[in-house]
Design a protein around this ligand. Structure first.
Ligand code: 8YV
Length: 334
């Protein structure tokens, strides 16, 4: 029967948090839970994570923790909830969690606007060469204005192709409309007219067809087995030579080696990347290129978002410990 695994805790839940969270969040957690914090914020080793899941009733991890089937297999029977700090859960083996009866929650909604803002920042930064211009000044090599200096490409009137039209994709579309971009999107399902209409958005049932027609591609889908390397060498070949690729979702959506090849061969015009295949390592072929803008996974990096993400983690733990379905449960009831 759905939901039958929820049971009320008769004590403060034993919570282990894997990274430092905003101070107010940690303070509240210490009031509410029997909590262990990671005061020096080091990414936990596998051995430390194994020790944590052997002891915790609730693990509060982040994107830097690999919660794979081996780790879940090492969990003691007391581990009941993985309350992720972040919306993406591709670092957690959901099937393994489900098989062990462990509930998984995330923090959707509160980082949507900030992440969409960063997409717009990259949509502006790459075609308009903003980071390159900034470097020119700092390196002391700017010799002054010239009629043909630092020319980039106009945004207004171009076609934006959004891959994954969920919360963040729609927030990108709303912003991009205000910049005069035409909205195209590829999504498993077409959106209702009530959403498509105001955005004047065009749905493409096949990604390949859309890639060949748009000027800027923004990846806004989660990483899943279906979307892994969704942008590979073949798909990069479908893109137009003047097109730009923006990714603030997950680095593993792109075959990074294929992207470097495409940039080197001039098959696409540039890329704006906030996420990478092997974070924090960056493909060396990207580092020296002037046609890419590289950011350190900072889509949700605002004080406001990180505070609200922490509040969501707390709410999910409290509701779960009270014996109810937590609001941001990732898997269906089972
Ligand atoms: C977070 C993110 O910073 O929420 C996500 O999925 O990628 C980022 O916004 C990170 O995941 C925190 O764990």
């Amino acid at each position: 029967m759905p939901g039958t695994r929820f049971h009320k805790f008769d004590h403060k839940p034993r919570v282990i948090v894997t990274r430092r969270l905003p101070e107010a969040v940690e303070t509240r957690m210490a009031e509410l839970f029997d909590v262990t914090l990671n005061l020096d914020d080091h990414p936990m080793t596998t051995a430390e994570l194994r020790a944590a899941v052997a002891e915790a009733e609730v693990l509060a991890p982040t994107v830097t923790d690999v919660i794979d089937s081996a780790l879940i297999g090492a969990a003691g029977p007391q581990l009941k909830l993985i309350a992720n700090f972040g919306v993406g859960v591709d670092h957690i083996d959901l099937a393994a969690a489900r098989a062990r009866g462990i509930t998984v929650t995330n923090t959707p909604g509160v980082l949507t606007d900030d992440t969409a803002d960063l997409v717009m920042a990259l949509i502006l930064a790459v075609p308009r060469r903003i980071a390159e211009g900034e470097r020119l000044i700092r390196e002391g090599v700017w010799t002054g204005w010239s009629p043909t200096g630092m020319l980039g490409h106009r945004i207004t009137g171009k076609r934006l192709g959004i891959v994954g039209m969920g919360r963040i994709g729609q927030a990108v579309a709303a912003r991009a409309r205000a910049f005069g971009l035409a909205i195209h999107y590829h999504n498993r399902n077409r959106l209702p007219k009530a959403i498509e209409g105001p955005l004047e958005a065009t749905w493409w049932p096949t990604l390949d067809a859309m890639l060949a027609r748009v000027d800027i591609v923004s990846l806004n889908c989660p990483e899943t087995p279906e979307t892994h390397h969704i942008i590979n060498a073949d798909r990069l070949r479908l893109m137009q030579r003047h097109a730009f690729l923006i990714n603030v979702a997950r680095g593993t959506l792109i075959d990074e080696a294929a992207l470097v090849d495409a940039l080197e061969a001039g098959r696409i015009a540039g890329a704006g990347l906030d996420v990478f295949e092997q974070e924090p390592a960056i493909h060396p072929g990207l580092l020296g290129r002037p046609d890419v803008v590289l950011l350190p996974h900072m889509g949700s990096a605002t004080f406001e978002a990180r505070q609200e993400m922490g509040e969501k983690v707390i709410t999910n733990i409290r509701v779960f410990a009270d014996g109810h379905r937590p609001p941001d449960q990732v898997l269906e009831d089972y």
